[in-house]
Design a protein around this ligand. Structure first.
Ligand code: APR
Length: 171
């Protein structure tokens, strides 16, 4: 398992994997944070394709091309906005990870990179999000031995430490 799940600090737009995951919103029409970075790096054709998708429900995932990105595909998933934890947020976050993994798998992807979904603008508590993310990814890797590598790309050291801590408990 070790080699197939990795936690790194970096910029997900630089990852030359089969699919990177975008922490989008339900319009799929771009935004700030990692969504903004991915659209800037991919170029205008990404937005043009996103317009044809007519949005995406929270926890669901839709796949597009990667355009100018080094990644072949982008999987867009709106994570849940944190409203205190009593509005199904944990399950919706798990859905975002699982549905993104499934969408990429079904498109033939065997290497993927995730950002830390919902822990920025959407204010999902980082440690709880990291636990859900790592548990869901590890479960999927156990169920899909042919998925070669999933990388959690953390934008800062605080996020990286949270994911490393979650992984130590779940491995
Ligand atoms: N590479 C990897 N991670 C990044 C990058 C990047 N280039 N830029 C930001 N991040 C990290 C943030 O530091 C945070 O840890 O992605 C994580 C998710 O934060 P957000 O991008 O704010 O996403 P989220 O909390 O899911 O909120 C989504 O924000 O940008 C809008 O359109 C988006 O409305 C949606 C909302």
């Amino acid at each position: 398992m070790n080699g197939r799940f990795t936690i790194e600090q970096g910029d997900i737009t630089t990852y030359a994997v089969d699919a990177i995951v975008n922490a989008a919103n339900t319009t799929l029409l771009g935004g700030g944070g990692v969504d903004g970075a991915i659209h800037r790096a991919a170029g205008p054709d990404l937005l043009a394709e996103c317009r044809t998708l007519h949005g995406c429900d929270t926890g669901e995932a839709k796949i597009t091309g990667g355009y100018r990105l080094p990644a072949r595909y982008v999987v867009h998933t709106p994570g849940p906005i944190w409203h205190g934890g009593t509005h199904g947020e944990p399950q919706l976050l798990e859905n975002s990870y699982r549905n993104s993994l499934t969408a990429a798998w079904n498109a033939g992807c065997r290497t993927m990179a995730f950002p830390s979904i919902s822990t920025g603008v959407y204010r999902f508590p980082l440690d709880q999000a990291a636990h859900i993310a790592v548990r869901t990814i590890l479960d999927f890797l156990r169920e899909h031995p042919e998925m070669n590598r999933v990388t959690m790309v953390c934008f800062d050291s605080r996020t990286r430490r949270a994911y490393e801590s979650a992984y130590q408990k779940l491995r």
